[in-house]
Design a protein around this ligand. Structure first.
Ligand SMILES: [Zn+2]
Length: 418
């Protein structure tokens, strides 16, 4: 679809989305306060008010609904770390659109009819469960809804059913890689896996290289968040140039997180998403808290949907150490660039502001004391150079750090609160 047609769709859908937003009390209030004159299309979007996560939390459980509860076909929640979960609602049509988008994403990474698809995430309230399954079914894949199970069980199921495509949270992708590494070499030959869709937590390209290298697959980044319906907002295509955001369903902006001013393409800031089709739970200019940039350029695949860069982290993930802001993903990137690392790490904060980076190395490196000592020195130096923070580095054997079944927890904050 050419950009002119895409923008025409955006314009028509945005006006409908504003009408729907007017049915939600807190959004109606915001629209009233904004004293809008005329909104003619996406170019006027900066006139619309922002929606924040706290707006949704405050009206838990049903206050964000734009339709009577009898029109709601399903409820999901986010797996977020706030006290109350973020609730998200779908009408029948919302579920249909969602499965279309998930099918589009899976097709974009190269999955096709005849592929056997295993979902390795929980199939309950988490949007990455049923959302992926319905998309895979829509595309005509054979679905193996295993859900959460340990890495060994996942690999055995992949082997038994000849699974070719799977979905995983990236940190679980690493655990699968680790599990395969611990097996005899012949295990990989019994597997037919070739593609993985990973998302739901920030990860890095270095982490992808580990997953792809060990599992011998292609892994793709998939983006979404529960508030806007879950995964299926943006996904990489086979060229891996960035995540195509489905602009016929979402308006994407990147803004300065402090001032809220719109930024130009290539400028890094906070991603703001306006979903255009959501009936049950419309949102206007939702502040995602995710840091990224819009990529200025075309993709070889020919899609006209613009791309965004991999998330650099979340605003809320940023930790302050001695007055310096640090994103755990920066540390992760440095660690993963060393072949000795298996990708598992922890940042331990203690005392007033002492930082210790603890990481695991693979078995070969662990048996080599010189390699361990070198890695320790090099990493401390690299972290200092890149983040301006002095840190201790501790290297431990593979399997030492706790593994969580959910999203990775990299920060252990034992600091005294003064
Ligand atoms: Zn592309």
């Amino acid at each position: 679809m050419d950009r002119t047609s895409l923008e025409k769709i955006q314009r028509e859908k945005l006006l409908v989305a504003i009408r729907r937003a007017n049915k939600v009390p807190f959004l109606r209030q915001k629209l009233r306060e904004a004293k809008l004159e005329s909104i003619t299309g996406p170019s006027d979007i900066a006139k619309l008010p922002f929606t924040f996560k706290k707006d949704i939390i405050e009206c838990f459980p049903f206050g964000a609904l734009a339709v009577p509860i009898t029109k709601v076909a399903r409820i999901h929640t986010s797996s977020g770390s706030t006290n109350k979960p973020i609730t998200t609602f779908y009408t029948k049509n919302d579920l249909r659109v969602w499965s279309e988008l998930m099918a589009r994403g899976l097709a974009g990474i190269g999955a096709k009819k005849g592929d056997i698809f295993q979902n390795t995430t929980s199939q309950g309230l988490f949007t990455g469960g049923l959302g992926l399954i319905s998309g895979a079914e829509r595309l005509g894949l054979v679905v193996v809804p295993l859900g959460s199970a340990n890495p060994d069980k996942q690999l055995e199921t992949m082997r038994d059913f000849g699974v070719t495509v799977f979905h995983a949270i990236p940190s679980f992708g690493l655990r699968l890689a680790e599990a395969l590494e611990s097996k005899e070499n012949a295990m990989r030959a019994t597997l037919k896996i070739r593609l993985a869709l990973c998302g739901a937590e920030p990860w890095t390209k270095e982490m992808r290289r580990k997953i792809e290298g060990t599992l011998e697959i292609d892994a793709f980044n998939n983006y979404g968040f529960a508030e806007a319906g879950g995964p299926g907002i943006g996904v990489e295509c086979i060229f891996k140039n960035g995540l195509h955001v489905w602009e016929d369903h979402f308006i994407m902006e990147v803004v300065d997180p402090k001032t809220g001013e719109q930024l130009e393409a290539e400028e890094e800031g906070e991603l703001v998403i306006t979903p255009l089709d959501r009936e049950a739970m419309p949102l206007l200019r939702y502040r995602t808290g995710d840091i990224t940039r819009i990529i200025d350029g075309k993709c070889e695949c020919g899609r006209t949907h613009r791309m965004m860069e991999w998330m650099r982290g979340r605003i809320d993930d940023m930790i302050k150490i001695r007055g310096v802001g640090l994103y755990p993903s920066n540390i992760e990137r440095l660690i993963a660039s060393h072949a000795e690392s298996n990708g598992q790490f922890q940042i331990v904060l203690s005392g007033i502001d002492d930082m210790l980076v603890r990481l695991e190395v693979n078995n070969a490196a662990w048996r080599d004391p010189t390699a361990v000592a070198n890695l320790k020195t090099t990493l401390a130096h690299e972290i200092k150079r890149q983040t301006l923070l002095r840190t201790d580095v501790e290297i431990v054997a593979s399997g030492t750090l706790p593994r969580s079944d959910g999203k990775a927890r990299h920060i252990v904050d034992l600091r005294r609160i003064s």
